[in-house]
Ligand binder design. Structure first.
Ligand code: PNS
Length: 170
């Protein structure tokens, strides 16, 4: 009965994230999706919106918990009594950064193990940053994120554009 943590900024949660989550559920009994409150990079969506998108994308599943955390991931994991974290790998290009994080987390707490799961080749090209970029330029992100997230992004960029126009007029 192993529980694992699947951490990320999820800005927004994509079908690639969903793929990794589904794979994690095939290996582990329970997954805590841990949404970082203040990532090093600035987020497009608020914490509430990021959590809302995840909740809506996964539906009802008592083997999944969604939580947010602030500060060090290892502290959150220790508070929850979980020592395994799951990360998705798309391509070799992800590996260097992920290896650095895994080894640093292990250095901070030797009990922490990182398990890498390979994403489906269907989503190997997919990232939240690409989704944000495409949506900001009015492109179609259908099938890359949930319809709910798509609607949220369209509204968000419309709001940003409206604000910009209002400020320009002032
Ligand atoms: O979605 P991302 O950007 O891959 O998620 C990165 C995340 C949230 C897992 C990472 O930035 C993180 O663990 N942040 C919490 C702060 C922390 O513990 N930093 C030390 C990591 S070595």
């Amino acid at each position: 009965m192993k529980t694992v943590v699947y951490p990320g900024s999820f800005d927004p949660f994509t079908m690639g994230h969903k793929d990794i989550l589904d794979r994690a559920l095939q290996v582990f009994h329970k997954v805590i999706v841990a949404v970082v409150t203040n990532p090093s990079k600035k987020c497009l969506l608020t914490l509430e919106e990021r959590v809302e998108v995840i909740r809506e994308s996964i539906g009802e599943n008592d083997r999944i918990e969604i939580e947010s955390f602030d500060g060090l991931l290892i502290n959150f994991m220790n508070e929850r009594g979980v020592n395994i974290l799951v990360k998705g790998l798309r391509a070799v290009s992800d590996f260097e950064f992920e290896l650095q994080m895994a080894l640093m987390n292990r250095k901070l707490d030797p009990r922490i193990e990182t398990v890498f799961l390979m994403t489906s080749s269907e989503y190997a090209f997919l990232s939240s940053s690409k989704v944000r970029e495409i949506a900001s330029l009015g492109g179609k992100v259908e099938g890359l994120i949930s319809p709910y997230a798509e609607k949220m992004l369209i509204e968000k960029f419309k709001y940003i554009s409206d604000i910009g126009q209002t400020l320009e007029k002032e």
